[in-house]
Design a binder for this molecule. Structure first.
Ligand SMILES: *[C@@H]1O[C@H](CO)[C@@H](O)[C@H](O)[C@H]1NC(C)=O
Ligand SMILES: *[C@@H]1O[C@H](CO)[C@@H](O)[C@H](O)[C@H]1NC(C)=O
Ligand SMILES: *[C@@H]1O[C@H](CO)[C@@H](O)[C@H](O)[C@H]1NC(C)=O
Ligand SMILES: *[C@@H]1O[C@H](CO)[C@@H](O)[C@H](O)[C@H]1NC(C)=O
Ligand SMILES: *[C@@H]1O[C@H](CO)[C@@H](O)[C@H](O)[C@H]1NC(C)=O
Length: 489
């Protein structure tokens, strides 16, 4: 799984606490000296689809009304699989659009993440209230309540925003609740649910080629081959334990531990690729923030560092230092034990239990090595991911169940068809998640914007001097589309 770029605090320490955090989460952008708007709380229904269930809970939201011009639009930033940082209320491209169009801005945190806790714990029994459908209904109920609370004039136009999983929610909100939301901006959104997401590592591969070239790719492949060769016997296990500074001795007969180790090694690359050169808030402040694909490839191509294996070890050292880790914990059992912790207030609550539950019951999106078109070996087969659903949530969450849930999600939302108007879909060429996005569009009312060379959610972050021209153009194009759509009835 990709490292969490923690939205909860501006220190990257939360990231250092563990790499095992939801893979899609966006980090908040830069923040200036302005005070952040305070948290507010909305009394939300526990279950929108069962009238006999009357329990409620407190859902966190934030507001920025500084730019609002009476009669103007309302912008809604959709929270995702982590805490909803108030930093988004004062920074990010959508705030520029809000200034431009005189919008009132809200952000609503997603149920079960951050401090929006609908139930007393995360038992499997309680997690049945965690779904994208419930989250969309939360948005609709919240919008209706705010329309009343702020006495918004009739015909006020709402525009939803989101990146990553919330990008999907933004598109689906417009699809399912077109009477509540006038237009939607959907950034880096996976729209096709798919159990076996082998395409993820293919795009990581493509990104390495695109940013650094064939030599780097070849060396990555050689280094993973060398690791797999060492998995053959006990002497090799000892070498791997030593070189990669594993927290305990590797037993190569434990295939779950081996896969978990290989996941960590592949994540050295995918964690960097997914956020390559994104202008997130920690830049300059953390060791992680300035590590790019080119940083890794410079090491990978440096014969002076030793064999390809030793160069991968050097990258592991660099990343362990950035994450402030003293050893690499590859134990499958300890990962599962942490994810079985149902306590919201536990330090184990990184959002992973909730997010993986959503993958097991709605989306799949398991990043396997089941493609020849990637350099990371073959030890991340689909059954390894399925096993995690079973081991964390129970025996019923096996492959047939997941496949059926994924098919139901695609039937529910229409996958890549997305028959909705006034939705703009933005993808970046080196963002691995784009492979689950909309392929192309000839519909001017549902355009797709492709940004050559950018990673996950790049267009949502504040502009900078060094932005690629395609990124600057995309920001402008999205702003113009919002303006055009706000003119329409
Ligand atoms: C809204 O955002 C602007 C731009 O960052 C900031 O100056 C202002 O203080 C914010 N307003 C509120 C109420 O937080
Ligand atoms: C990251 O930035 C720090 C300080 O700004 C610098 O010392 C370091 O060399 C940079 N690391 C990389 C990999 O560029
Ligand atoms: C995390 O979960 C494990 C396994 O349930 C437990 O032993 C440990 O105490 C938990 N850690 C914290 C900080 O609560
Ligand atoms: C991203 O959008 C562009 C423009 O519509 C399209 O050409 C490209 O194929 C898309 N990429 C993916 C993988 O969705
Ligand atoms: C993307 O940018 C790269 C490098 O700038 C260029 O070689 C490539 O042709 C571009 N691709 C597209 C589809 O525009």
């Amino acid at each position: 799984m990709q490292p969490l770029l923690s939205a909860v605090s501006l220190a990257l320490l939360a990231c250092a606490a563990g790499r095992r955090s939801p893979p899609l989460l966006m980090a908040p952008p830069h923040v200036g000296d302005d005070p952040l708007p305070p948290d507010q709380w909305y009394t939300q229904q526990l279950d929108h689809f069962d009238a006999s269930e009357t329990r409620t809970w407190q859902q966190r939201y934030q507001v920025n009304d500084s730019f609002y011009q009476p009669g103007g639009p309302v912008f809604l930033m959709i929270g995702g699989e982590g805490p909803a940082s108030a930093v988004w209320l004062v920074s990010g491209t959508w705030i520029d659009y809000a200034q431009q169009y005189g919008a009132l801005c809200f952000q609503l945190e997603h149920r079960f993440y951050g401090d929006s806790l609908p139930t007393e714990d995360m038992s499997v029994e309680n997690l049945r209230y965690l779904s994208s459908e419930q989250a969309l209904a939360d948005l609709a109920a919240f919008s209706a309540a705010m329309t009343e609370q702020y006495a918004l004039p009739e015909g006020t136009k709402w525009v939803s925003f989101g990146g990553s999983y919330p990008g999907s929610l933004s598109a689906w909100y417009r699809l399912k609740y077109p009477h509540m939301v006038h237009a939607a901006v959907s950034t880096s959104a996976p729209l096709l649910a798919k159990t076996n997401f082998f395409e993820y590592l293919e795009v990581v591969n493509y990104a390495i080629h695109a940013k650094s070239g064939d030599e780097c790719y070849g060396n990555v492949e050689l280094s993973f081959q060398a690791v797999e060769d060492l998995l053959q016997d006990a002497a090799g296990w000892a070498t791997l334990t030593d070189k990669f500074k594993l927290c305990s001795s590797l037993d190569g007969t434990n295939s779950n531990d081996v896969s978990n180790l290989m996941q960590n090694l592949a994540d050295l690359w995918s964690g960097v690729v997914q956020y390559n050169e994104d202008n997130f808030g920690f830049r300059g402040g953390s060791k992680l923030a300035n590590i790019t694909i080119n940083t890794l490839c410079d090491i990978m191509n440096d014969a002076g560092t030793g064999s390809p294996l030793d160069r991968l070890v050097a990258i592991n050292d660099l990343m362990m230092d950035a994450y402030e880790e003293t050893c690499l914990d590859f134990s499958y059992d300890s990962m599962i034990a942490a994810m079985r912790d149902t306590d919201f207030s536990s330090a184990n609550n990184t959002g992973m239990r909730q997010w993986i539950y959503q993958t097991c019951t709605e989306f799949g999106w398991y990043q396997t090595t089941e493609s020849a078109d990637q350099p990371f070996g073959s030890r991340l087969p689909l059954p390894f991911s399925i096993q995690q659903c079973v081991d964390v949530y129970g025996a019923q969450f096996e492959q047939t169940f997941i496949d059926a849930a994924v098919a139901a999600t695609n039937t529910d939302y229409g996958a890549r068809q997305l028959p909705a108007k006034r939705v703009v879909l933005v993808n970046g060429s080196i963002d691995p998640w784009h492979a689950m996005g909309i392929i192309e569009s000839s519909d001017p009312d549902r355009p797709a914007i492709f940004i050559n060379g950018t990673a996950h959610c790049a267009n949502m972050y504040p502009a900078r001097e060094e932005d690629l021209p395609g990124l600057t153009a995309a920001r402008q194009q999205i702003g113009e589309l919002i303006g055009k759509w706000l003119q329409e009835d």
